[in-house]
Design a protein around this ligand. Sequence first.
Ligand code: C5P
Length: 222
Amino acid sequence: QREFIIAIDGPSGAGKSTLSRLLARSLRYTNIDTGAMYRAVALAARRAGIDPADEVALEELCGRLRIEFLRGDGAERVLLNGEDVSEAIRTPEVSLLTSRVSACSAVRQAMVRLQRGMGEQGGVVLEGRDIGTVVFPGAEVKFFLLATAAERGRRRYQELIAKGLEVDLGQTIAEVEARDAADSARTHAPLLQAADAVAIDSTSMGIEAVLELMLQEVRRRR
Ligand code: C5P
């Protein structure tokens, strides 16, 4: 029996990363955080002094980047040309830059090709914005995770505070909203719910309850 491809899409802060990791662990699947890949491109662009509007430079940059995931016992690590950039790609500054860089179609083409290569054999949970619509429209199970902007901003704020970053709640909510607006309005692969995706609003649900819902859905289709 073929292992599933599971897509989890939704706006930032809806709980995709946490749930994708938990779901993958429960099913013994591989978790693929596609946002981390776009973040790595943004970090590389910043280091190279590339203007996020310069599509030619971004395309050329993607051609010489190596993005890999290192999976061990603990949290997975993101490698950019062999360097562990797992922390460096999570700053608010890189988050905002990522939304701009990920609007470039050459960047999306390069990442989608990589993601298809990583996931096509099945047994994967991919988490992002366009997994169920563009990367794997034939995915066996698709989820669209939602929560209100205020709740998502509050979660992102707590995440950043826990990491020791100094951030402001109001500003974090504003940044989440700005990123959503940019991700939803872009021409190439905007954030969209696939017609056959199961929508889950996690605003007032605990992680365990959402995970249970997802597992039920996966079992139902097997
Ligand atoms: O999920 P995360 O917040 O790490 O994603 C960072 C950014 O990467 C998003 O705001 C979005 O602009 C971009 N992204 C994307 N397509 C994906 C995953 C992330 O455009 N599949």
